[in-house]
Write a protein that binds this ligand. Structure first.
Ligand SMILES: Nc1nc2c(ncn2[C@@H]2O[C@H](COP(=O)(O)OP(=O)(O)OP(=O)(O)O)[C@@H](O)[C@H]2O)c(=O)[nH]1
Ligand SMILES: [Mg+2]
Ligand SMILES: [Zn+2]
Ligand SMILES: [Zn+2]
Length: 368
């Protein structure tokens, strides 16, 4: 049997129940055969974690990119920094690249998409991504998908459209939207889920009327992002479900902010100023005196200061500290991939940021 699951791309097998790619004879006979794992995700929202190693990932994507293609590079606007696939640039050279920045629905209602797009152009260049065009979209609401679809039809007359990106940015959701635009009767063909690592192999669909072929691929997992390190229930605490409500704090030097137990920002010195947190609305933000912060963390981690919880990877409790100093200038964001960002006002300030080991915090020009 050499067929793959039409939901996730895993090679199908009927011999070993409970293992990757298992399918029953009945399900196999359907027009769009779905493996048992996809069936469970679709109908019960359950996921059996299966890991796609970096090696598998690169092999799959390299194979997909052997022939000229239109590459739809999907990024998550809530985690742009965690959406950059390292080492991918070299593979993209001979292809037309279109960036689709997804999950715009999560931004505060008044956010101007054109300004976000301008910001994305600058950030894409800074990360050596050279797209032909950037679209700001939402697979959830359908925002911007029409324009993206029209552009893809124009570009993809003789080439397939291959979606690539980090895990969980919404690649499969985006393609489902595109398939739906072309045929509103079509259900959700690609399997999607809140857990990173849903798609396991590539799956191609031909869009009848246009002759365009779209190909989904697995996303890459990374240990530098929190969404790939927390357990399932903590994931629900850090992923935004509703538009972000920015939370502003007017702080004095000698104060600290905890974002759950996953990040702590110490205000060491500088004029009193505002710090604005963009994180899931349900995530706890706790303000305390810097002198009490160590003791509070030791006593309350996993309790008040959660996530992480006891089911999360223990390494999330090993924190590293980074000193950060800023001269007065333009506002910047301190990004904690998967958790969100803290917008600084642009006043001179000395800070200390504590994050779990291997989580790669970054600084960038303010997005909002
Ligand atoms: N708020 C919001 N959530 C989205 C959007 N698009 C996708 N999601 C959610 O993001 C999660 C991941 O979506 P998928 O489409 O499975 O992402 P993927 O990139 O295919 O993930 P992998 O297959 O693991 O690489 C799901 O919980 C989706 O519901 C969007 O536009 N807005
Ligand atoms: Mg997917
Ligand atoms: Zn499947
Ligand atoms: Zn947990």
């Amino acid at each position: 049997m050499s067929m793959v699951c039409t939901g996730c791309g895993v090679p199908l097998q009927m011999e070993r129940e409970g293992e990757k790619g298992y399918i029953t004879g009945d399900a196999f006979m359907r027009e769009f055969p779905l493996c048992q794992r996809c069936y469970r995700i679709k109908h019960y929202g359950e996921i059996t974690p299966v890991s796609v190693t970096e090696q598998d990932y690169r092999a799959t994507v390299m194979r997909a990119l052997e022939r000229p293609a239109v590459v739809l590079y999907a990024v998550d606007l809530f985690d742009f920094n965690g959406s950059v696939v390292r080492g991918l640039q070299g593979l993209l050279n001979q292809h037309k690249v279109i960036v689709a920045a997804n999950k715009f629905d999560l931004f505060p209602k008044r956010t101007n998409p054109d300004r976000v797009r301008g910001w994305l152009w600058r950030e894409a260049r800074r990360h050596e991504i050279e797209p032909a065009e950037i679209f700001v979209v939402s697979a959830q609401t359908g925002f911007g998908i029409d324009g993206l679809y029209e552009r893809l039809i124009r570009e993809a007359r003789d080439k397939p459209v291959i979606v690539v990106g980090m895990a969980n940015v919404g690649k499969s959701s985006m393609l489902n939207r595109i398939l739906h635009l072309s045929d509103p009767d079509e259900g959700q063909l690609y399997t999607t889920s809140p857990f990173p690592g849903t798609t396991l192999g590539s799956v191609a669909f031909k869009i009848g009327k246009t002759g365009m072929t779209v190909i989904d691929t697995p996303g890459l997992l990374g240990t530098h992002r929190l969404q790939d390190r927390v357990c399932g229930s903590s994931l629900k605490q850090i992923l935004p479900k509703q538009p972000l409500r920015p939370r502003g704090y007017q702080l004095q030097p000698g104060q600290s902010l905890f974002l759950g137990g996953l990040a702590r920002l110490d205000f060491v010195s500088g004029d009193p100023q505002s710090f604005v947190i963009y994180a899931a609305n349900q995530l706890l933000v706790h303000r305390t005196k810097l002198e009490n912060a160590d003791e509070l963390y030791a006593r309350q981690r996993g309790q008040l200061l959660t996530p992480p919880c006891s089911a999360c990877d223990e390494s999330l409790q090993q924190m590293t500290t980074k000193k950060m100093g800023f001269k007065s200038g333009r506002p910047v964001d301190i990004v904690i991939p998967g958790l969100g960002w803290i917008r600084l006002s642009g006043s001179a300030v000395d800070l200390r940021l504590h994050t779990p080991v291997r989580i790669e915090a970054a600084v960038r020009p303010a997005l909002i």
